[in-house]
Design a protein around this ligand. Structure first.
Ligand code: HEM
Length: 172
């Protein structure tokens, strides 16, 4: 149980913070909005969770026949489901590929859904609600130290989406 909590609780939040910082640094107007309006923090955290979906996928087995989008999924079928795709569903989210910290619709599935929904989600939210405003306010000139296309993503080496490293600079 301790190992599960450590793995599920550390890799996810650490990558969410680094990838979230990357997303904000790539969207200066969104970063400025977060810096200038503290009341935006909770909404911004939900939007970053939706937009980044660091958990990526989860596996399930169908317990009964289910019809979904015109396809029959037979009982016993193994399934790989994508949080990313659900969180970019254009029927739910307008302009789903856009990071919009003012977005009103916040019903994402970045923490899963149903009985296995993330046990640590409130802790994760608290961490991000503290860390993102602290970062952008403590370092007003924070910027990427390399062009953003040079930031390597760790998508291919981990189940959790993230950056391998995030070189940044700021004025002293
Ligand atoms: C931004 C941070 C986090 C994200 C995006 C995240 C995401 C998720 C997702 C998507 C699931 C569902 C997996 C599934 O459906 O099979 C999950 C489950 C879980 N999470 Fe998190 N998580 C985060 C932080 C945490 C933290 C901080 C903890 C613990 C302190 C934690 C502990 C767990 C545990 C124990 C489960 C398994 C629950 C179960 O199977 O009943 N997570 N998480």
């Amino acid at each position: 149980m301790a190992l599960v909590l450590l793995a599920a609780g550390l890799d996810t939040t650490a990558n969410m913070l680094a990838l979230g910082a990357f997303a904000l640094l790539r969207s200066p107007e969104q970063l400025a909005a977060l810096r200038s309006d503290p009341s935006l923090t909770d909404r911004a955290v939900e939007e970053l969770l939706r937009y980044l979906s660091v958990g990526k996928t989860f596996m399930r087995t169908a317990l009964e026949d289910v019809e979904l989008g015109g396809h029959l999924i037979e009982a016993g079928s193994p399934l790989i489901l994508s949080y990313n795709t659900a969180n970019r569903d254009p029927d739910r989210f307008a302009d789903p590929h856009v990071l919009d910290l003012h977005r009103q619709e916040s019903r994402h599935v970045a923490f899963g859904h149903g009985i296995h929904q993330c046990l640590g989600q409130q802790l994760a939210r608290v961490e991000m609600r503290v860390a993102f405003p602290a970062l952008v306010n403590r370092f007003p000139t924070l910027r990427l130290a390399v062009p953003d296309e040079e930031i390597a993503l760790r998508a291919e080496i981990s189940d959790i989406h993230g950056v391998k490293s995030l070189p940044v600079a700021w004025d002293g």
